[in-house]
Design a protein around this ligand. Structure first.
Ligand code: 4HQ
Length: 255
């Protein structure tokens, strides 16, 4: 897979994308990250990428034409051009299912905005999808672009060595992950749950799935609306809700 990134700060890449799983995937030729300097697509002496907003107000807006020219160059350079993403707090939330859909594409372009954002016509003309990595404000789209490369890149077949580890990740079944433990078996008065030392694989599987449900119910009940739960999980969820509500004045106030 090839991911093209358009930015006024090309020097911050590859940055974290050189380390770990993504770095190795790039070295092995499974993933190609190509970074383009937006200023290379300006046409004035000052290499202007921003202008004051029409209608007035604080801050600057990124001009459309450099982005449009950059994406033209990307489309010429990339064999089979895929979707264009534009990072923005106004975008749809980036999720694991979205990352999975992107990971099967041969190519992806990520546009990084700065200042107050990018001229609205860029997304319209390029049919770009605006994407938000979360409800907080950053100064630019470079970190969101790296987040997207990391989340999508590790789903490209072969990038993560052990396929089971991708299969068993948090969110892979729409739930939070279960707790993990390693040696020592006792630490500061906290023992590792006995069942994990028992060697009973079926019991361990059931414990992990139940703990994943317990955590999801406690911390992210919103995820339970979307999760595909089998009969076993729905039964446990009823038990876990009852357990929880025994200690609560108003059952039903929570998820
Ligand atoms: N920004 N998720 C403003 C973000 C952001 C986010 C990127 C800041 C775009 C213009 N992007 N620039 N949150 O805060 O994606």
């Amino acid at each position: 897979m090839r991911i093209d990134v358009v930015t006024i700060f090309p020097e911050v890449f590859p940055g974290p994308l050189d380390a770990g799983v993504i770095g190795r995937g790039r070295m092995r030729g499974l993933l190609d990250v190509v970074v383009w300097d937006l200023r290379g697509f300006t046409d004035d002496r000052h290499r202007t990428v921003d202008e004051p907003p029409y209608g007035g107000g604080a801050g600057m807006v990124m001009k459309a034409e450099p982005f449009l020219r950059a994406v033209e160059a990307v489309r010429r350079a990339a064999g089979t051009p895929g979707p264009v993403l534009l990072s923005s707090p106004q975008g749809r939330r980036f999720t694991q299912p979205w990352a999975r859909r992107l990971a099967v594409m041969p190519q992806l372009t990520v546009l990084c905005g700065r200042y107050e954002g990018v001229d609205e016509r860029v997304a319209a003309i390029l049919d770009a999808d605006e994407v938000s990595i979360g409800d907080y404000v950053l100064s630019g789209g470079e970190l969101p672009a790296m987040v997207i490369v990391e989340a999508v890149g590790r789903l490209v077949p072969g990038v993560v060595g052990e396929e089971a580890s991708v299969r068993e990740d948090s969110f892979s079944d729409g739930l939070l992950d279960h707790p993990h433990y390693t040696r020592p078996a006792e630490l500061g008065g906290h023992a590792v749950p006995e069942v994990l030392l028992s060697g009973h694989h079926e019991e361990i599987r059931r414990w992990r799935r139940r703990e994943a449900l317990r955590r999801t119910l406690a911390r992210r009940p919103d995820l339970l609306y979307e999760a595909a739960l089998d009969d076993e999980a729905r039964t446990w969820l009823r038990e876990l809700r009852a357990e929880r509500d025994r200690g609560s004045a108003c059952p039903g106030d929570r998820g």
